[in-house]
Design a protein around this ligand. Sequence first.
Ligand code: MG
Length: 387
Amino acid sequence: MGFSAVIVAAGVGARAGPGEAKQWRMLAGRPVIRWSAEALLRAGADELVVMVADGQQARACEALAGLTGWRLAVGGAARSDSVKAGLAALGGGEDAIVLVHDAARPLVRGEHVERLLAALADAPGAILALPLADTLKREAGQDDGAARIADTVPRAGLWRAQTPQGFRLGALKAAYAAWPAHEEPTDEAIVLERAGLAVTLVPGDPALAKLTYPEDFAMAELMAGAARSLRVGQGIDAHRFGPGDGVWLCGVLIAHDKALIGHSDADAGLHAITDAVLGAIGEGDIGDHFPPSDPKWRDAASDQFLLHAAGLVAARGGRIANVDVTLVCERPKIKPHREAMRVRLAELLALPLAAVSVKATTMEGMGFTGREEGLLAQAVAMVELPA
Ligand code: MG
């Protein structure tokens, strides 16, 4: 089922403390707003309109750089003004489905969208919400600075509304048209409720809690980690020694009395790491992407193979967490070049040096590496993908 989405990011979020508005702050390495935009696009949004305050367009473009399928629109003073402007900016007929989402709920995932879409098959509106678990107290007022309880409010049947909230576009537009001008709705569901239309409660997720106060960011950081899955991949490569005066290893040229022979520059280190990264995302092996039969790759610098694999990870909204490669040979001696290799790999993969390891060993004279017929490289890569 296709859908459009509106992300509301025009607010200032004063309760989140001093500094930038919360939608532009970083959460686990990415701007808060980018989490929602990536998740909704990945969930299949045909159209995504991001509502920002006037003057924030450049900030939004920077935060969403590299993503496709979204566009900006300028929101209004009140949240509902932004939502109405967003709805007006959408294509789609009366029956089209639109999801309205707060940028301050960054940890939305595909499964949340699926649940909403399923509920919208037979209702004009559906929202993610959580049944209340805590006992509710009403405050009687302040007494010497301490709040006193007036009474306990029954919680049976009470839910906390979250977003995304999903609607038939025509129903939401008509309900907004009938909404009183002097009143500000606290969400979109209330607008439909007031119009007498059915809105379904769909089980939400604690991870969809709104970032409101400074301390909410620490909890969201923890949940952001839990919302990502770790994948590991391994790669092995070997190349034969032949005549020459140097070898390429991990993107570094080392003087030697032989060269490694191959179709490309025969950098077994980069090839093993590339295969490890491809393996972590189930994308076959280096030969699938760069066939040795293709003359284009003759004598090619192997850093482009690794950059291609890293690009496939980024395109999935993932990131490489670390790589570790072991080079097996009697000669050349690797140790004097190890740091240069780490620096080169860190640069290629945009990783901190601590996330890149290069090790070396010999086979103590045994086997093809021991006889110096060739060199073996073995690598692992850890990749973090959106869950
Ligand atoms: Mg190779």
